[in-house]
Ligand binder design. Structure first.
Ligand SMILES: [Zn+2]
Length: 280
């Protein structure tokens, strides 16, 4: 069984209802994004020919919940916290969506700081129910999210308005936050259904991430050389066309860049307007 299979079994065993779950650029990521069909039923198109971002000027509120260790230390600096928000606002600036911290607390139960170790249904539910501010994005900063079978998990985003990120992956320059917020706003990985999306774009609305201005991506491992050229083992799609994956895309797993496409911005905006009215 491959690692994705192990992950999916682990996810169903844990019983979490997160719509997406992943670590980024540490070696392995599994995800369970909202199915493309579900997105389409909400009236959100695939943006096959967009060349303009449908900006919406809104500032959304983040509630920050910070776990402490057994000594009561948060192990994160204000500079990290401020830098992370600054980076998030840079990454989302083209969409018009911006973010502020509206609430901050520390979580005295130190088991939440080692959420990977104690990561079961009860611990997660306990954490996200005790520490939750309605009508905001609830962002949990913890020491470890990884578990033995999945040691590299650095972040996840889920239904109901939550995002979890390891403190070591939080700060200015980190890609994890932008990636997890992408999931929060319904984006899938570019490599979703790896190998099913065709290079010529003919099935881009129903395969891959369901967004047509992100190139077909066959590689959930994000293999790229030092110059960010794709170096995975799957070179051609079923038609024999050569892959040129989006190695600079935030929702890929290549370690090479930080970019959302116009289509990705538009899907996030549409999802915000259609499905996240609790943030309005
Ligand atoms: Zn992901």
């Amino acid at each position: 069984m491959n690692r994705l299979g192990v992950f999916l079994i682990a996810l169903s065993f844990i019983g979490l209802s997160f719509s997406a779950f992943c670590q980024q650029r540490k070696g392995f990521c599994g995800a369970k994004p909202m199915p493309i069909e579900q997105i389409r039923m909400m009236g959100i198109p695939s943006y096959s020919s967009c060349d303009v971002i449908n900006r919406v000027e809104r500032t959304l509120q983040i509630s920050l919940h910070i776990a402490v260790d057994s000594l009561g230390e948060t192990n994160i600096s204000n500079a990290q916290i401020d830098g992370a928000l600054q980076q998030l606002n840079i990454d989302f600036a083209p969409s018009g969506l911006q973010f502020v911290y509206c609430f901050r607390d520390t979580m005295p139960n130190d088991r939440f700081d080692s959420l990977g170790v104690y990561w079961d249904y009860n611990e997660s539910i306990q954490m996200t129910s005790i520490h939750f501010e309605p009508n905001t994005i609830n962002l949990y900063l913890v020491g470890t999210l990884g578990i033995d079978a999945l040691p590299d998990v650095a972040g996840l985003a889920g239904a109901g308005g939550i995002v979890m990120i390891e403190k070591s992956s939080y700060g200015f320059g980190s890609l994890v936050q932008a990636h997890e917020f992408g999931h929060y706003f319904s984006l899938a990985h570019t490599f979703e259904d790896a190998g099913m999306e065709l290079v010529d774009g003919s099935n881009c609305a129903i395969a891959g991430d369901g967004i047509c201005d992100t190139a077909a991506d066959p590689d959930p491992e994000g293999n790229a050389d030092e110059e960010c050229n794709y170096s995975g083992s799957v070179m051609q799609d079923p038609n024999g066309d050569w892959y040129v994956p989006p190695t600079d895309n935030i929702m890929s797993y290549y370690p090479c860049g930080r970019r959302f496409t116009v289509g990705q911005y538009n899907r996030m905006i549409a999802f915000y307007l259609n499905a996240l009215s609790y943030l309005w």
